[in-house]
Design a protein around this ligand. Structure first.
Ligand SMILES: [Ca+2]
Ligand SMILES: [Ca+2]
Length: 240
């Protein structure tokens, strides 16, 4: 009798492990790409230059600054929940990563802006309303790096997180704009550049965070412990 119970428990255990493995295997494919561009093909298909002189050099989008000190370029982008990641070069730029227009009275959305406050260099997180802006949060930037990896994430409740080079620097919640048409890049100054733009529906988790794999592993261990406990209890009852 004890052996029978053991087989049944083992079967249950195998089914549970199978389910966990199935969840772990299928999870990475749920990133759901909205769009991406690494500029490696050397063309600007999909992008519209509003003004300025943009080119691609060595697989990177660059503002050519010989005659005009600033430029704006935009790409269709419909994501409002998920993650926006890009590599960006320069000390003066704006990324309107959620935007209903690239400019004008019908422009609503959210902007990450690198510039200066009274204390020095800073990142500003702003809400765009009718071509004016409301500053939600700013972060004084002591890093002074010329090139940054930026990861922005927003959940369904409207909670934003902004990571600069893997460090969480801005948190803000605003759910008032839940539509988007464009991703806009405003570049200022010589050498401003953009690369590896990726918009996905999955929320960003910084490297080193407990991932779904770790959570799955902990769940599997917990189930093993519980099942083992139940099995031992049953054996005791049968033998008693
Ligand atoms: Ca291209
Ligand atoms: Ca590239």
């Amino acid at each position: 009798m004890g052996l029978l119970m053991g087989n049944r428990t083992a079967c249950t255990l195998l089914v549970m492990i199978g389910l966990i493995v199935a969840v772990l295997v299928t999870t990475p494919s749920s990133a759901q790409l909205v769009w991406q561009d690494d500029f490696e093909d050397g063309n600007l298909d999909g992008w519209t230059v509003a003004f300025g002189n943009f080119t691609i050099e060595d697989g990177t989008l660059i503002l050519e600054n010989d005659t005009f000190p600033t430029g704006v370029i935009y790409h269709p982008s419909t994501g409002v929940v998920g993650s926006w990641s890009f590599k960006i070069i320069g000390r003066g730029w704006e990324i309107d990563f959620i935007a209903t227009a690239w400019t004008g009275p019908n422009m609503y959305g959210y902007r990450l802006f690198r510039g200066f406050d009274q204390f020095g260099e800073a990142f500003f997180f702003e809400k765009i309303l009718n071509d004016s802006v409301e500053r939600l949060v700013w972060y004084s930037y002591a890093g002074h790096e010329y090139s940054n990896q930026v990861n922005i994430t927003r959940n369904i409740e409207g909670a934003f997180e902004v990571y600069i080079d893997g460090e969480l620097v801005i948190e803000s919640t605003d759910a008032s704009v839940m539509e988007s048409s464009y991703f806009c890049y405003s570049a200022h100054g010589n050498g401003s550049a953009l690369d590896n733009v990726e918009v996905v529906t999955k929320l960003y988790t910084p490297p080193g965070y407990p991932t779904i794999f770790l959570v799955g592993f902990i769940a599997a261990v917990a189930i093993l412990v519980v099942v083992g406990f139940i099995y031992r209890k049953r054996v005791v009852v049968v033998e008693g």
